[in-house]
Design a protein around this ligand. Structure first.
Ligand code: ADP
Ligand code: MG
Length: 293
């Protein structure tokens, strides 16, 4: 393409809310055939709310919210914010944890009021040889079948509760995915969240292929594997955990509403955090380069 065409394309991109790192990015944008979409914060709003608390035995909701809320208050994860906010609404001020650690892709652990507390995926509890009792397993299944994320809470060596959190699909996501398909791209939903939740969200927005329960450090391998199959891969993400995959992809699209790490790793930024701009970017690059050749 001529320098003029590239400049026009880049300028038009800015008008559409698409920031392009360099004119050469338009070429990779034109070629992609597969688009991998992060779930939380990309297809969904990422603004989660705490919807329900299920407790085992004699454990009270207040105890659960105090201990889990205190720990999550120290984390920036969208799930953590939902739990901490929901807890403060119901039980008021929360204690400061005496110890705290993020366990990426799994949850958080620490000490609150002298109790060793875990909050996160069932897998986090299993790593400490704890199992959810049958009634909490049922609560988890029901929540996930409804597309909600179930978070387990344990302390002092015992599983105590399941929390239900959920965020909404962005109202622009389904239409954007339909347009991406029309442009010949195959959408794939990629997430660290549970398979059942991922499938519920995928069904809601019209995606057939789901890759779920992927640890943050393994997202990049998913992209590599698709590339090894001969696909030209675009990746859309917002999180720190998406940065390596965004850099590996043939085209990395970062949500402008996301983290700095994602924006730095991407080739394009979708300023408004709207997937529709991904379809706009691909159409624009095909138009800019296509008409010139
Ligand atoms: P995603 O790929 O959807 O952005 P992550 O990789 O950040 O998700 O997290 C994967 C899963 O780990 C979450 O769906 C949740 O079950 C669990 N998890 C991660 N961080 C936390 C946390 N702070 N509190 C509770 N659960 C968490
Ligand atoms: Mg995300």
């Amino acid at each position: 393409a001529t320098p003029t065409a590239l400049m026009v394309g880049t300028g038009r991109g800015a008008q559409l809310g698409i920031l392009i790192k360099g004119p050469e990015v338009l070429e990779s944008t034109r070629k992609v055939d597969t688009i991998v979409l992060d779930k939380t914060g990309t297809v969904t709003t990422g603004r989660m709310t705490l919807l329900a608390v299920h407790t085992a035995d004699t454990t009270t909701e207040t105890e659960v919210l105090r201990l889990a809320g205190a720990l999550e208050h120290a984390s920036e994860h969208p799930i953590a914010r939902a739990v901490a906010t929901g807890a403060m609404d119901k039980v008021g001020a929360l204690p400061a944890p005496e110890d705290f650690a993020n366990v990426p892709g799994l949850g958080v652990q620490g000490i609150v009021d002298g109790h060793a507390v875990l909050v996160g995926r069932e897998k986090l509890l299993q790593e400490w040889a704890m199992e959810l009792p049958a009634d909490l397993v049922r609560a988890r299944h029901d929540a996930e079948a409804a597309g909600r994320t179930a978070i387990a809470v344990a302390w002092d060596g015992q599983a105590r509760a399941v929390l239900e959190v959920a965020d909404a699909v962005k109202d622009t996501s389904a239409e954007a995915i339909r347009r991406l398909r029309t442009l010949g791209l195959t959408p794939i939903l990629l997430t660290g969240d549970n398979q059942a939740v991922a499938e519920a969200v995928a069904a809601e927005v019209g995606i057939d292929e789901v890759i779920a329960e992927v640890m943050p450090e393994d997202k990049v391998d998913v992209v590599k594997k698709l590339q090894a199959e001969g696909r030209s891969v675009a990746m859309v993400g917002d999180g720190v955990n998406d940065a390596a995959a965004l850099a590996q992809a043939d085209l990395g699209l970062a949500m402008g509403t996301g983290t700095d790490a994602a924006i730095e790793a991407g080739d394009l930024t979708l300023v408004r955090g709207d997937l529709g701009a991904a379809a706009d970017a691909i159409r624009l690059s095909r138009r800019t380069l296509g008409t010139i050749r």
